[in-house]
Design a binder for this molecule. Structure first.
Ligand code: CA
Length: 506
């Protein structure tokens, strides 16, 4: 039944992405590569090897990684990349991919959450501390608050002085902001984008919104220390290498919170169709390396669970990374916790997968076997950067369901610490959340859709029917009339509603 649904989308593709040392992708970023050094390279050798490779092949090295993987990002021509891949010191040369943040402003249409006869904005918090919607009580019990846990928000940056993070004059909970889009972190305040978008470069509301849903004093699921890792350029572009830099920083000795228990939230995804149906291997190793770091006596490192969004295309979440690598009841080899989204619910009504109305529309929550759990995603009230006459807005999207799970996890870590556990492994956090989630989500079929992929700009145009694509936009450049097919999928029957158990206060 639902558990056995596996979507194979790319049968017959002749795109250039052939697994091997050189991995080029139909939706890859031209001229940009991630290089993984051979397994035999030890950490101390990394700088020397990178220097030698850079000189020999004429590469422009952007950033070097030593912690979650040993490698680097570079600008190179196709010829340089091909030559580099032949070098025995290199394991993989992989073209970079773009990363997107799944969110859509919902405006104020859901502002009156009129259950219980009152206008109540914080339905997302009210719901997650009840087993069923019938028990919703206009309250959210945030105890313990997780003030001793660190939350890494890997996103567009965070407005550090927003009242939801207790402004600097009151001690501030956003303790560190790192710009992972440039090698010169910590945050480069000479960056023009930073200057025009308050102090930390959140040029959209996304990073501040996600951070507030995880850690906002009154709109968030917990109150941890926040470390902001910006992985999007001012102009909007986000590459896989930026988030690798963030994951690497988290497990580096440069991170002042490396010895803290922490959670990481990454409400962004990259579609596997851009990589010819494959999962990017450099990204996978970097994320795995953050969640399950290699620990030595000299350099103890502790795993940080990663919470990520299922994305909003009303299709199978397995089509997206990192969601693709989900830890679920049926896949405990997974290493991220993928959170799909539910709709606003009236008290007593069943929870349903968040979906937009109309056939063929593609902006509801993804579903399927790569969902670890569901949490509220529709019309979430959250902080945004100052301006536009308001400090708050509503948005819908699984960008907001993921940080709710991360916040609940942070509170669990604090509770475990209070009970005397020095460390709680990421698998234990994931498995705790799965064991708590008990209420099934209703009406969970995603929509059968077809899509035409524009190889020039990386955009997938979804369609309600299976009519042909125009030339150059099908999954197979040699057979361009064939659209991608996205079958309807149901939930994994084990994917249930997030439940934040009331824990004893300190
Ligand atoms: Ca409640």
């Amino acid at each position: 039944m639902a558990l056995s649904v596996v979507v194979v989308l790319f049968v017959g593709t002749t795109a250039s992405a052939t697994p091997g040392k050189l991995r080029k992708y139909p939706g890859g970023v031209p001229g940009r590569y991630i290089v993984m050094l051979s397994e035999s390279t030890n950490t101390k050798e990394v700088d020397d090897v990178v220097g030698q490779l850079s000189q020999k092949y004429g590469l422009e090295v952007k950033v070097t990684w030593r912690n979650v993987l040993r490698g680097f990002a570079c600008a190179a021509t196709e010829q340089q990349a091909a030559a580099l891949a032949e070098d025995h010191r290199v394991a993989v040369v992989e073209q970079e991919l773009e990363v997107n943040s799944p969110v859509e402003p919902s405006g104020m249409q859901w502002a009156n959450h009129n259950y219980l006869g009152t206008n109540y904005y914080l339905w997302h918090l009210d719901r997650i501390d009840e087993l069923t919607s019938a028990q919703m009580d206009s309250q959210y019990d945030m105890c313990p608050e997780a003030r001793g846990v660190v939350a890494y928000v890997i996103d567009n940056g965070v407005s550090t002085d927003h009242e939801q993070f207790e402004p600097a004059t009151e001690g501030g909970r956003v303790k560190l902001s790192i710009d992972a889009t440039v090698a010169g972190f910590p945050f480069d305040t000479s960056n023009a984008c930073a200057q025009t978008a308050e102090t930390v470069g959140d040029w959209t509301f996304h990073g501040t919104g996600v951070a507030s849903t995880l850690a906002g004093t009154t709109v968030g699921a917990s109150k941890p220390i926040v470390v902001s890792l910006r992985v999007r350029e001012c102009g909007g572009r986000a590459l896989t290498s930026y988030s690798i830099t963030a994951f690497d920083f988290i497990q580096s000795s440069s991170n002042p919170y490396v010895a803290y228990q922490g959670v990481a939230n990454f409400s962004s995804t990259s579609p596997l169709w851009a990589a010819g149906g494959q999962a990017p291997v450099g990204w996978e190793q970097a994320i795995r390396g953050m969640v399950f770091p290699t620990t030595t006596v000299q350099q103890p490192r502790y795993g940080v669970p990663l919470f990520t969004s299922a994305n909003n295309f009303s299709i199978d979440a397995c089509n997206f990374a990192p969601a693709h690598w989900a830890y679920t009841n049926t896949n405990t080899a997974g290493f991220v916790f993928t959170v799909a989204g539910t709709d606003v619910v009236q008290a007593g009504a069943a929870d349903s997968r968040w979906q937009t109305s109309g056939i063929g529309l593609n902006s509801g929550s993804n579903g399927g076997a790569c969902v670890s759990a569901y949490a509220p995603a529709a019309s979430v009230f959250h902080a945004k950067r100052p301006g536009d006459n308001s400090l708050y807005t509503f948005s819908s999207g699984t960008s907001y369901s993921a940080p709710l799970a991360a916040g609940v996890a942070a509170r669990y870590l604090e509770r475990r610490a209070a009970l005397g556990y020095a460390r709680t492994a990421p698998q234990a956090v994931y498995s705790y959340l799965l064991s708590q989630a008990q209420t099934a989500v209703q009406n969970t079929n995603t929509k059968e859709q077809w899509g035409c992929y524009n190889f020039l700009n990386g955009e997938m145009i979804f369609k309600a029917d299976g009519s042909n694509c125009v030339a150059g936009k099908g999954p197979d450049p040699n057979n361009p009339a064939t659209p991608y097919h996205f079958p309807s999928v149901t939930n994994s029957s084990n994917a249930k509603m997030l439940y934040s158990t009331v824990l004893p206060c300190p």
